[in-house]
Structure formats: C-alpha cells, structure tokens
Design a protein around this ligand. Structure first.
Ligand SMILES: [Cu+2]
Length: 57
C-alpha cells in the first residue's frame, strides 16, 4: 500500500510518500484510497511493513 507519512522515529525516516508491505491483507478491508490513517510500521528483514492501521478521525 502507498502511504504519505510524517517522520517515523522507530524507522529513522523523514516524512515522505512510499510503498509499504502489509502484515495481513485483511488490514486493508476497512480502508479506501484517500483515507487518513493512523498506522504502526516496522522493518521486517528489510521490508518496511505496516503492522497496524486504522482510519484516523
Ligand atoms: Cu517513508
């Protein structure tokens, strides 16, 4: 999935737009393009992976 994100401290990453892997495709079921989201991501063997995500309100 593509996310535009602000700085992510645990990944030592500045804000950018980039593609993430998703830990479980079911995590995308409640999301649609353009949604604002809150998410958690970690580096799993070099693949930046979203481990949790929810629509931000
Ligand atoms: Cu990034």
């Amino acid at each position: 999935m593509t996310l535009k994100h602000g700085p992510i401290a645990n990944l030592d990453m500045p804000g950018m737009t980039m593609i993430f892997k998703v830990a479980d495709p079911k995590m995308l079921d409640n999301l649609k393009p353009g949604d604002k989201v809150k998410f958690a991501a970690s580096n799993k063997d070099g693949a930046i992976t979203v481990t949790a995500i929810e629509v931000a309100r």
